[in-house]
Design a protein around this ligand. Structure first.
Ligand SMILES: [Zn+2]
Length: 481
C-alpha cells in the first residue's frame, strides 16, 4: 500500500486492519482442513439435497428471456434479480446505477450470388454499423489469418467483403478475429467483414459477440457466419469459384441508457464491513436465453448463499452477491463496481465470478494481484506459485478447496478470474473462478441455442454445493486467502 493510500484510510478501517493483525497467527493448511471438515460436508449435503437453483433459472430464462443491456429485457431482469435476492434471504439489496450502450440487431440477410444462389444464416456482431439500405454486393476474399490479410495487395481487398475463415482453436485464441477483424479489413479498404463464429460448429449456427472498432479505421459492417458456411466460402475461393455476396444489416445504435448492477449483501457475523464478492453477469446476448452465459452463473452464486441462509450459517465476513450489467458489450457495470470498491479496497477480501457456463465443475482457480502469478490466466491448472509468500497463501487456498470434497471439485490451480472482476486485481484483490469440463459450452455460447434445456440440473447442483462450501470457508477464515 502506498503512503498516500494509507493516509486516506478511515479510522474505522485502520482499527479493522489492526484487529485483523492481532488475531491468531495464520492457519496452516492442515488446520483449515480439520476445522472446516464437518461444516463443509453439512453445507454440500444440504445443497445437494435441496436447492432452488433450477427454479430460479427457469424464472430468468423463460419468464424474463434474453437481456441485452440497455434493452427492456434487461430492465425486467434487474427487477427479477432484486426480488430473487430478497427471496434468497440477502439482508440488503440495492441497485448500483450506470449508463450502458444501446445497440439493436435489426434484420440481417446474406445471400451467396455466385457460383449459385443461397441464403446463408448469419448474426451481426454486437456494435456493428448497418450496411446501406438495400445492402451491399461485393466479391468475397477469404483469409485464414491476419498475416494472410496483411500479405494481400490493397487492390485485392479494396471494395470487397473479407471473410475470416479461421478454424476455432479455443476461445482465447480465436476471438481476436471477431473483435478486431472488421478494423483490420477496413484499413485495407474492405466494405464489410464476415468472421467464422468463435465456437464449435456442428449445427450450422452462427455465434454473435462484440466487436471493437479501432479509432484509425473506417467502421464497416461485420457479422458472424456459421462455421460450416465459412468453410464452404473458403473451399469455393480455393477452387477458383470467386464467391460473390449480398449483405444487408439494419443494426442501430441509440444513446446510452440507464442500467444497473444488482448487489445483495449477506451480512457477516463478526466483521460485516469486510466482504467477499461472488458474481455473474445478468446481461446476455439478444439471441437465445442466456442460460449458460450467464444465467446459470448468476443463479448458482445466489443459490449458494441461499443455502447458507437456510442453514443459518453466517461466516465471519459478509458475502456480497453481484449481478453485473453490460458484460457482453462494454463492461460499464464492471467499471462502476470497481470505482466503488476503490474507495475502500482493503475491505474486499476477494472476488469470484462464475462465467464459463455451468457444466460439471472440476476445480477452482485463483489469480493473485501481484507477483509472478498475475499473468497466469493461461497457467497450467495444476501450477503453484513459485515465490514463497504467494505459495504459502496458495496452500491455504488449496486446503480450502480440498474441503469442498465429494464433488470432483477439490482441485485448486492458478488462473481464475472473469471479465467483470478483472479490474479488481489492480486494487490488490485476488480473483477466482470455477473451471468446468467445458465439453459443450462453446457449442451454445452466444447462439440462439443458449436456452434453459442446455443446463443440466445435476451439474448446476454441483456448482451450488461446491460454491456454498467454498464461500463459507473463504469468508470465515482467520486470515485472508
Ligand atoms: Zn458470459
Amino acid at each position: 500500500m502506498k503512503l498516500d493510500d494509507a493516509r486516506r484510510l478511515s479510522a474505522r478501517t485502520l482499527a479493522l486492519l489492526l484487529a485483523t493483525a492481532l488475531r491468531a497467527p495464520a492457519q496452516e493448511p492442515e488446520a483449515i482442513k480439520a476445522r472446516y471438515a464437518e461444516i463443509a460436508t453439512r453445507i454440500t449435503a444440504a445443497a445437494l439435497l435441496k436447492n432452488d437453483g433450477y427454479a430460479r433459472l427457469e424464472e430468468l430464462c423463460d419468464g424474463v428471456g434474453s437481456r441485452l443491456s440497455g434493452s427492456p429485457g434487461m430492465d425486467r431482469a434487474i427487477k427479477w434479480a432484486e426480488s430473487a435476492m430478497r427471496r434468497a434471504g440477502l439482508d440488503e439489496v440495492r441497485l448500483q446505477p450506470c449508463r450502458v450502450p444501446t445497440w439493436r440487431r435489426g434484420e440481417a440477410l446474406l445471400e451467396l450470388l455466385r457460383p449459385r444462389r443461397e441464403a446463408l444464416p448469419l448474426l451481426a456482431l454486437g456494435g456493428s454499423v448497418p450496411t446501406p439500405k438495400g445492402g451491399l454486393t461485393a466479391d468475397a476474399v477469404v483469409v485464414r489469418s491476419f498475416a494472410e490479410l496483411d500479405a494481400l495487395p490493397r487492390e485485392g481487398v479494396e471494395g470487397r467483403i473479407v471473410v475470416f475463415d479461421v478454424p476455432y482453436e479455443g476461445y482465447g485464441k480465436t476471438v481476436q478475429f471477431r473483435s478486431l477483424g472488421a478494423s483490420r479489413a477496413a484499413r485495407k479498404g474492405a466494405v464489410a467483414a464476415l468472421v467464422r463464429s468463435a465456437g464449435f460448429g456442428g449445427n450450422r449456427t452462427p455465434h454473435t459477440g462484440a466487436l471493437r472498432y479501432e479509432d484509425d479505421a473506417p467502421k464497416i459492417p461485420a457479422a458472424a457466419l456459421a462455421p460450416e458456411d465459412s468453410a464452404m466460402l473458403g473451399r469455393l475461393a480455393a477452387a477458383g469459384a470467386a464467391p460473390r455476396l449480398t449483405l444487408e444489416l439494419s443494426c442501430s445504435v441509440g444513446p446510452d441508457a440507464p442500467s444497473a448492477n444488482v448487489i445483495g449483501r449477506y451480512r457477516g457475523r463478526e466483521t460485516p464491513e469486510e466482504y467477499l464478492v461472488v458474481s455473474g453477469h445478468l446481461d446476455s446476448w439478444d439471441v437465445g436465453q442466456g442460460a449458460q452465459d450467464d444465467g446459470g452463473g448468476c443463479v448458482s452464486v445466489l443459490e449458494a448463499v441461499a443455502v447458507l441462509n437456510r442453514l443459518r450459517l453466517r461466516p465471519r465476513r459478509s458475502i456480497d452477491v453481484v449481478f453485473f450489467t453490460n458484460e457482453e458489450n462494454g463492461l460499464r457495470g464492471a467499471h462502476a463496481y470497481r470505482d466503488e470498491v476503490a474507495k475502500n479496497p482493503e475491505l474486499c477480501v476477494g472476488a469470484y465470478e462464475n462465467d464459463g457456463g455451468v457444466e460439471r465443475p472440476t476445480s477452482f482457480l485463483i489469480t493473485y494481484p501481484s507477483g509472478e502469478s498475475r499473468p497466469s490466466r493461461r497457467a497450467a491448472p495444476d501450477s503453484r506459485p513459485s515465490d514463497p509468500a504467494t505459495a504459502r497463501r496458495f496452500d491455504r487456498f488449496a486446503a480450502t478447496v480440498e474441503r469442498v470434497h465429494g464433488l470432483a471439485c477439490g482441485v485448486a490451480g492458478l488462473g481464475g478470474g472473469g471479465a467483470d472482476i478483472g479490474p479488481l486485481l489492480d486494487l490488490g484483490i485476488p480473483t477466482l473462478s470455477p473451471r468446468t469440463v467445458g465439453t459443450r459450452y462453446f457449442e451454445w455460447h452466444h447462439t440462439a441455442g443458449d436456452t434453459l434445456d442446455k443446463v443440466d440440473r445435476e451439474d448446476l447442483d454441483r456448482h451450488i454445493a461446491a460454491q456454498a462450501a467454498l464461500f463459507y470457508i473463504w469468508a470465515d477464515l482467520d486470515e485472508r486467502l
